[in-house]
Design a protein around this ligand. Structure first.
Ligand code: PEP
Length: 253
């Protein structure tokens, strides 16, 4: 079965709005020549979303957010709700990125709440999972990822599964310049499919869109994206460099 490919850029807390708009212009210019065959999503900081929505009118780039509240409104200082994101044209949201887990105490449980709320409002979650270096070196990486997958996905009903994208991002590869080998990444993606297949059936496991993330760049993208279980990439640092991001997009299709 052929799964759609997605290249998503996570800008994290980088660029002011003006800087971001310049980068977006360069990217749009490049894409207009490239005519990509894969879906492209961009997750800039919240402050950029309104301007990006205007710029992206008529473009095939999908606007994404880096986080969302599990509440819809109310006394939750500093939070941003799915209703606010929806109004700004956001269609996907990254949930439980390892930096959110590490610095802001997000857990599998909070990820589940967020995923439920965004799905209810027809925004597609990109749920991040991945083991630490310690987990991998001690041989616990499959266990850790299995727990991240089952404690969230197993609590959702079957019809929600096709709306979810998983991003497998080994923590030791994020922003470190170290990448999982294509074989290591593909092995984990196949494992995630099996875990999902055990609960929901092999067909849904086979349909699940799974991205790889962790120091993807212009030089390593093609070999990662050629693997049978890798359906795209969640790209951090390299997505801020238009030329490099365009090369990654080209490598995907
Ligand atoms: C990320 O932010 O999800 C990521 C994978 O970052 P980088 O590509 O910089 O490692």
């Amino acid at each position: 079965m052929k799964r759609p490919k997605l290249i998503a850029g996570n800008w994290k807390m980088n660029t002011t709005v003006l800087e971001g708009l310049k980068t977006l212009d360069a990217l749009l210019q490049g894409l207009s020549k490239q005519n990509p065959k894969v879906q492209v999503a961009l997750a800039p900081p919240y402050t950029h979303l309104s301007d990006f929505q205007k710029k992206l009118k008529g473009s095939s780039i999908c606007l994404a957010a880096q986080n969302v509240s599990d509440k819809l409104n109310g006394a939750y200082t500093g939070e941003v709700s799915v209703l606010m994101l929806k109004e700004l044209g956001v269609r996907k949201v990254i949930i439980a990125h390892s930096e959110r887990r590490q610095y802001y105490g997000e857990t599998n449980d909070s990820a589940l709440e967020k995923i439920k709320v965004v799905l209810k409002h027809e925004i597609y979650p990109i749920y991040c999972v991945g083991e630490s270096l310690e987990d991998r070196e001690s041989g616990h990486h499959f266990e850790v990822v299995e727990e991240q997958v089952t404690s969230v996905l197993y609590k959702l009903s079957e019809e929600k599964l096709p709306k979810i994208t998983i991003a497998y991002e080994p923590v030791w590869a994020i922003g470190t310049g170290k990448t999982a080998t294509p074989e290591q990444a593909d092995e984990m993606h196949a494992f995630i499919r099996d875990v999902v297949g055990k609960r929901f059936g092999d067909d849904l496991g086979a349909q699940l869109q799974i991205l790889y993330g962790g120091s993807v760049n212009a030089a390593n993208a093609a070999s990662l994206l050629a693997m049978p279980h890798i359906d795209g990439a969640l790209v951090g640092g390299a997505s801020l460099k238009p030329e490099e991001f365009l090369t990654i997009i080209q490598s995907a299709g």
